[in-house]
Design a protein around this ligand. Structure first.
Ligand code: NAD
Length: 379
């Protein structure tokens, strides 16, 4: 089969769904690879690097859609891209079906198969395809780098001939994949790191990474939702949590917020009075900006400085800001999906809807919308 990758249509998106290394692995599975000219340029993969890896470079997205049996990209497809799909063809990308139902129906009507990388079930066997985690890991790392770059002091403490510098104090709110990556990065840069999450099991993870878990005296099951995710907090819990943060605000130099609850607006956890209580020069990076922000002063995709000198960063494209790294990891996630779709390593796609990982990721197949996937008792 032919596997093709196109250039992302948003000018701000620098990632690409094929790396030279993943192309070589795909060929070992028996697939030929094609790519749109220039697709990897912003991720530092020039056309010639792909050619050297055995990839054929084609002139346009249309040429890739015409040639390939499976097309892959990073972001959800545009209307025009869905228009180019044909019966029996497969498209692999992030899709967020709940937000793109019309587009999904259109692809189903065309008889195309859509595989949504954001629907890969978060079970151990599927970790190698878990692009949400590989991208969240990059976002957490980059959030700290971005904060450090906007903070006027060292993160680590120092005693030098020129004076004593205290270590920066960083608070990470939400210790999921991005939060844990952020606190790991922050501790390795020498900051004093504190973290909080509503899921009690995160305490051990936070402490094992050298950070302090901020303890809240409450029922253990309060924040636990389905599938390892968080549930909305009760008003009493929220009040206690805000009181805890209010105490921290005057002392903390950098806050990284990552708190999300599936299918909801991000909870407001860093309130305006907390921002006002922070010292001038402090920095907030709100990784929940895409979902409305954990801080309501956050402006999506922008960096602002408040009247009291606090920088609030609301960028939503952290993985794209490290395009070579994120493309390499995303391309590996996609390549693993292709490996599961090619069980005999003979270049033949077997779309096994009895396989949980393939079933749950498939949102349209054989003319039907197959989203949402069936509920399972033990996912
Ligand atoms: P996410 O992006 O939905 O949420 C980020 C974090 O915010 C979560 O840890 C959540 O508990 C936390 N949060 C929500 N409300 C909060 C509040 N009011 N205060 C503080 N924190 C709050 O989650 P995610 O990072 O995608 O994943 C969360 C969990 O899912 C993981 O830690 C893990 O348990 C599970 N997971 C499993 C796998 C796997 O098995 N393959 C892969 C990825 C994630």
């Amino acid at each position: 089969m032919k596997f093709g990758v196109i250039t992302e249509h948003q000018p701000s998106e620098a990632r690409v769904a094929l790396s030279p290394a993943s192309a070589e692995q795909l060929q070992k599975l028996g697939h030929e690879c094609v790519i749109q000219s220039g697709a990897g340029a912003k991720a530092d993969f020039a056309d010639d690097v792909y050619r050297d890896a055995g990839v054929e470079v084609l002139d346009s997205a249309k040429a890739v859609f015409d040639a390939a049996d499976v097309v892959a990209k990073v972001r959800p497809p545009s209307e025009e891209e869905v228009e180019m799909l044909r019966e029996g063809q497969t498209l692999i990308s992030f899709f967020y079906p709940a937000e793109n139902e019309e587009l999904m129906k259109k692809a189903a009507a065309k008889g195309a198969t859509l595989i949504a990388m954001d629907m890969v079930p978060r079970i151990s066997r599927a970790q190698k395809m878990d692009a949400l985690s590989s991208m969240a890991n990059i976002a957490g790392y980059r959030a700290v780098i971005e904060a450090a770059n906007n903070f006027g002091r060292f993160l680590t403490g120092q005693v030098t001939a020129a004076g004593k510098v205290p270590p920066a104090k960083i608070l990470v709110v939400g210790a999921g994949v991005a939060g844990l990556a952020a606190l790991g990065t922050a501790t390795s840069l020498g900051a004093i790191v504190r973290a909080f999450d509503v899921r009690p099991e995160t305490a051990e993870q936070i402490e094992s990474m050298g950070a302090e878990f901020l303890f809240l005296d409450f029922e253990d099951t309060e924040g636990v939702g389905e599938g390892g995710y968080a549930a909305p907090s009760s008003p009493e819990f929220r009040e206690k949590q805000l009181a805890l943060f209010r105490e921290q605000a005057p002392e903390i130099d950098i806050v990284i917020t990552t708190a999300l609850i599936p299918n909801r607006e991000a909870p407001e956890l860093w309130t305006e009075d907390m921002v006002k209580a922070m010292k001038p020069g402090s920095v907030i990076v709100d990784l929940a900006a895409e979902k409305g922000g954990n801080c309501k002063m956050t402006v999506k995709d922008e960096k602002i400085v408040t009247d009291n000198g606090v920088t609030i960063i609301g960028y939503t494209d952290f993985p794209s800001r490290m395009a070579k790294q994120s493309s390499t990891l995303y391309a590996t996630n996609v390549r693993h999906m292709m490996a599961d779709l090619t069980p005999e390593k003979d270049g033949q796609i077997v779309h096994d809807m009895d396989d949980q990982v393939i079933r749950d990721s498939t949102i349209t197949h054989k003319g039907e919308v197959t989203w949402p996937p069936p509920k399972r008792e033990n996912p």
